[in-house]
Ligand binder design. Structure first.
Ligand code: MF3
Ligand code: CO
Ligand code: CO
Length: 274
């Protein structure tokens, strides 16, 4: 059975299976962390161009996080040593920044999580590098639609299965594969908290959504099969069939009537073309 607990500063910063229900102070904390995260993705728009390296983008992200009074939550997280994840083309998620030079036609996900005053703002967007073929642009567009259709289902009384089903239905209507091996997650003072937020499922199944729940929705959608494989670096996940993959992520909070998106772009840079 799903267990729900009132969130409290006294709770240990270790994961438990109970779903936390946050108060207004939590909403304020996530609003600030989410706003900063969105501003960092906004800031990157003119820099994601042919010729830049992913390591240079990571440096910009780290600088912006520190300038904003936050620290990169990924830095030192389970041995990860970078300030964001940058996942190009057939990389599904957790691409490690480095020497890779962005080139014309690449589709790129940048996933950032500033930890601000104890709260994690976790969000990612796709960027198009130069001229991107229609097939790839369509994948990016539909993946954003999947995220927003999932968010539309995020309201009290609905279940995680309603969110998952909306995403799966739309992706599969386009004959895309929805990745099973990675999920969204509860978020707040912890980077990855209960519950797991799956992106495939049946309506009416899974935990019921209640006001005060904070979690991410972050569907990874492949042009081909859903299957992924982990590279030898222990982080980079790629599509097994080498097909292109796209992802968008928001951190949200369930309200009395629906949800609040903490990581919305104030400059309306939600999706490319920017
Ligand atoms: N930001 C990712 C997420 O959406 C997690 C990255 S963890 C890292 O949950 F260690 F790979 F950076
Ligand atoms: Co996340
Ligand atoms: Co993320």
């Amino acid at each position: 059975m799903t267990e729900y607990v009132t969130a409290s500063i006294d709770q240990p910063l270790t994961r438990s299976n109970a779903i936390k229900l946050h108060d207004e102070a939590g909403f304020a904390g996530m609003r600030a962390a989410g706003r900063l995260a969105a501003e960092i993705l906004d800031m990157l728009v003119p820099h994601v161009v042919p010729g830049v390296t992913t390591g240079e983008l990571d440096d910009m992200v780290r600088r912006a996080m520190l300038d904003g009074g936050s620290v990169p939550a990924t830095l030192g997280y389970r041995g990860y040593t970078h300030s964001c994840c940058i996942s190009i083309n057939h990389v599904v998620c957790h691409g490690i920044p480095g020497d890779r030079v962005l080139k014309d036609g690449d589709i790129v996900n940048i996933d950032v999580t500033p930890l601000l005053d104890g709260w994690h703002g976790d969000t990612s967007r796709m960027y198009l590098v130069g001229d991107v073929p229609l097939k790839a642009r369509r994948l990016v567009e539909v993946t954003h639609e999947c995220l927003m259709l999932g968010i539309e289902q995020a309201r009290p009384g609905n279940t995680m299965g309603d969110v998952a089903h909306a995403i799966q239905r739309h992706a599969e209507a386009h004959r895309y594969g929805v990745v099973r091996d990675f999920c969204g997650h509860g978020v707040g003072r912890l980077f990855h908290d209960a519950p797991e937020v799956v992106h495939v499922g049946r309506p009416g199944t899974g935990p019921e959504l209640r006001p005060g729940m904070f979690f991410t929705i972050e569907p990874m959608i492949n042009i081909g099969r859903p299957d992924v494989k982990l590279l030898d670096d222990g982080w980079t996940a790629v599509t097994r069939d080498r097909s292109l993959s796209a992802q968008f992520e928001h951190s949200i909070g369930i309200t009395e009537t629906g949800c609040e998106i903490f990581t919305i772009s104030a400059r309306a840079l939600h999706k490319p073309p920017y």
